[in-house]
Design a protein around this ligand. Structure first.
Ligand code: SF4
Ligand code: ZN
Length: 153
């Protein structure tokens, strides 16, 4: 720590926003849109199958290993609901996006933005990993070349 640090503005820790309540609401609404359309339900009621799946999803979100830094579930690499439930969840989430946009446009847009930011972060992570691998490979090649040249001398 230098003497100047005392006069410089203190760095703020980046704030992690808890978006879990918002995501839960979005999932509940999406299940509603799907169940009303496919299982002839209405209002706040869901059919028994969707109710059971929604209960599983909510329980898993409460126990999510990522905590409040979790990605949105439909972009998660772990997908922890169980293989059959994962497929059903993805079907509901993807096939109801138009219905959500019509009935809950703001919520739907926020969810889309969250999806984009998860996708962007993943792309950046992959880019960094491939750059690192390329640099490592180049380094190894250069070392091998230098070794060969020193042997020739
Ligand atoms: S699917 Fe992923 S983000 Fe969602 S609760 Fe499970 S581990 Fe967490
Ligand atoms: Zn249903």
């Amino acid at each position: 720590m230098s003497i100047f640090d005392r006069f410089l503005p203190k760095k703020k820790q980046p704030e992690v926003k808890n978006t879990i309540p918002q995501e839960k609401t979005n999932i509940k609404k999406t299940f509603g849109v799907y169940c009303h359309k496919h299982h002839n339900t209405s209002g706040d009621k869901l059919c028994p199958k969707c109710t059971a799946l929604l209960a599983t999803v909510m329980t898993k979100i409460n126990r999510c290993p990522y905590g409040i830094t979790k990605p949105i579930c439909d972009r998660c690499e772990i997908m922890c609901f169980g293989s059959k439930q994962n497929k059903e969840f993805m079907t509901i989430m993807s096939s109801s996006s138009k219905g959500m946009l019509l009935r809950h446009p703001m919520m739907s847009l926020k969810h889309k933005m969250a999806s984009f930011s998860v996708d962007y972060a993943k792309r950046e992570q992959e880019k960094r990993a491939s750059e690192k691998a390329a640099a490592k490979k180049k380094n190894a090649e250069e070392k091998a070349k230098a070794k060969d040249e020193s042997k020739k001398k």
